[in-house]
Unconditional design. Structure first.
Length: 337
């Protein structure tokens, strides 16, 4: 048997190129498997553009890139500084790009792993995470909304549904009116696809009625749907000026994830006069982490929590719950001394 290593062809074939011509259905599923989730594709595209511009600026080759080039890029991102999660996403994009083009990826090289370990030590393993708000803070934000306006109705539904359903912002913006099923016991939200459900299998969330109508996610969502006046299409949309001064009308344009984040920050981080509260730094992701944190504090089992969040492991519950305040959340205060 020859011990000669197989040489990489000068014109490498893209990953799956042989399968792509086997049959139409094989090619279709291959394409879906390679693309991944929509949000991942968008993030990777932006990261690859950044890497390409970096290589052009420094006279480096982006494809195929060598280990030294990627290591230099990662180190420069760390010096900016970028978050560790952001750097890892950039590297994942570079790896995916090489994989799809049929080139060996430099991302999994041992040398780069050592550099990444150094970056991790420098930046710190504890990354900045979205904080969790309290139910009292959420209610206070809801009270400040003018629900006699279209914007107030939409934003109340967005905040309450986002929190009670433990939604990611990508899931909120993807919701359609036809995904909602109002029943006597709860609002059932049928999710066609999510970050943890990229295969598109049927997945439901149940959102329950609250005792107070003003803070009820089900009634608030129903009121917003009635304002939309349609039974299909995007649920959370942008608004346009009406003919009457101060009037706003719903459009058919779906809100972007960036806009959802902006609305959450607007309502949860500002006081009644619109001034930023310095100690508050909530984001759209806080809707989800707050659901988990509040549920844990109220003694809900991980099984019950995962039924709503659709997370797969108990470890993710621990990661998402914001119980790191050593004074507030500490068993040592209840020792009976």
């Amino acid at each position: 048997m020859s011990t000669e290593l197989a040489r990489i062809p000068d014109q490498p074939q893209a990953l799956g190129s042989q399968l792509a011509t086997a049959a139409d259905n094989v090619a279709r599923y291959l394409k879906l498997g390679l693309e991944g989730a929509d949000n991942t594709v968008l993030a990777y595209s932006a990261d690859l553009k950044s890497f390409g511009e970096y290589c052009a600026l420094h006279g480096l080759c982006p494809l195929p890139a060598d280990v030294a080039t990627v290591a230099r890029y990662a180190a420069d991102l760390a010096d900016i500084p970028r978050k560790l999660s952001t750097i890892k996403r950039h590297l994942a994009a570079i790896h995916k790009h090489h994989q799809l083009r049929g080139y060996p990826s430099p991302v999994h090289a041992d040398e780069l792993a050592i550099v990444l370990d150094g970056i991790t030590r420098a930046l710190g393993k504890r990354q900045k995470q979205a904080p969790a708000f309290t139910v009292a803070e959420l209610k206070e934000s809801i009270r400040r909304l003018d629900v006699t306006t279209t914007a107030g109705l939409r934003d109340r539904a967005l905040l309450l549904l986002g929190f009670a359903g433990a939604f990611r912002r990508s899931e909120l913006v993807a919701l359609n009116v036809e995904h909602l099923e109002f029943t006597e016991r709860a609002l059932i939200v049928h999710l066609p696809k999510s970050k943890t459900n990229q295969a598109g299998e049927a997945e439901d969330k149940a959102v329950f009625y609250a005792s107070t109508a003003s803070f009820c996610p089900v009634r608030s969502t129903r009121a917003w749907v009635q304002q939309l006046g349609r039974s299909t299409g995007p649920l959370f949309v942008s608004l346009k000026r009406g003919k009457v001064k101060g009037e706003a009308l719903p459009t058919q344009k779906r809100l972007s994830a960036l806009r959802v984040n902006g609305l959450v920050q607007l309502h949860l981080n500002h006081d009644e006069e619109g001034y930023k509260i310095p100690e508050k730094n909530y984001s759209a992701h806080s809707l989800r982490v707050s659901f988990i944190t509040v549920s844990v504090l109220r003694g809900q089992s991980n099984r019950f929590i995962k039924n709503q969040t659709k997370q797969k492991t108990d470890a993710m519950i621990d990661r998402y719950s914001r119980l790191d305040d050593v004074v507030t959340f500490n068993a040592a205060q209840n020792l009976g001394l």
